[in-house]
Design a protein around this ligand. Sequence first.
Ligand code: PMP
Length: 351
Amino acid sequence: MAKFDSILGTIGRTPVVRINKLAPKGVNLYVKIEAFNPLGSVKDRLALGVIEAAERSGELKPGQTVIEATSGNTGIGLAMVCAAKGYPLVVTMAESFSVERRKLMRFLGAKVVLTPAAERAFGMVAKAQELAKAHGWFMTRQFENEANPDIHERTTGREIIADFAGERLDYWVTGFGTGGTLTGVSRVLRKERPETKIIVCEPADAPMLTSGEKQERNADGSPAKPHPAFKPHPMQGWSPDFIPLITGEAVDMKAIDRILTIPGPEAMKCSKALAQREGIFVGITSGATFAGALEVCKQAAPGATVLCMLPDTGERYLSTPLFGDIGADMNDEELKISNSTPNHRLPPKTA
Ligand code: PMP
């Protein structure tokens, strides 16, 4: 690591790490760990990308308030970038997302405006648009902003090309929230690694791409209504209740070779397995993407190389079902260890 002029210089250049125990024999499975970004997720890239693009175009004026609708990681990344650059930030977010995400944004100086859970992603976007219009704030529009896939084309995509230069790369596996990662990296892979198969995972409960049904859009590309194949799912940060314009670009490019649907419990299981068998501590969508990558490995030819995106850190999910069976008190096994020597024991719990 070098010296940096600001925290913003540390965004990107995330490590690619080999999977040693969970990969089937004969397949080279690697993960790209976006938790190494300063605020712990892939969305730090987008945050820097959209703010700097708006500064360059003049759309964002010094000191102007920035607003965005986000399930959390974009807001956390934007809160860091806005703090470092001196822009006030307002985030709209459905009340159903994890509490630590809200608190993190507020700790970084942002204002968090909650929207009704029943209105889902659609409601939080509509609220952000309403506030931006009423107050003259700059809305980053992560779901439609071209600066989103652009930053992934310039950074994530280039990093993958560099890390696998002169080596096989048979499959690249990702999910989508906005589709920024998917579309930006796909632009690079399609040009420079045409042999690499692009595999997109989505929740089994919300098989929007699998359904083949088109998303209805407004003139600006934003969704006109929720997608008919959407149902609520546990993969926070994946698949909002519409197919974003940016995700649509990857579909239209015919960049996607295969779509996999991932059940929620499978995602949780894989996230835990990555932590306990590989020491890689990541969130639910990482577990979900990894579940897809294991599926790809099963069908891959011997000697194949698979790269799987891991979008964020597991620390963001302490209050979610991911930690549902992790207790705060000692379990029977831990009590047994404690009782195996005589001293420094807690008094027995009374009912
Ligand atoms: N996983 C998590 C946890 C996320 O927050 C996001 C972004 N919303 C993604 C995956 C998907 O990233 P992208 O927006 O680039 O598709």
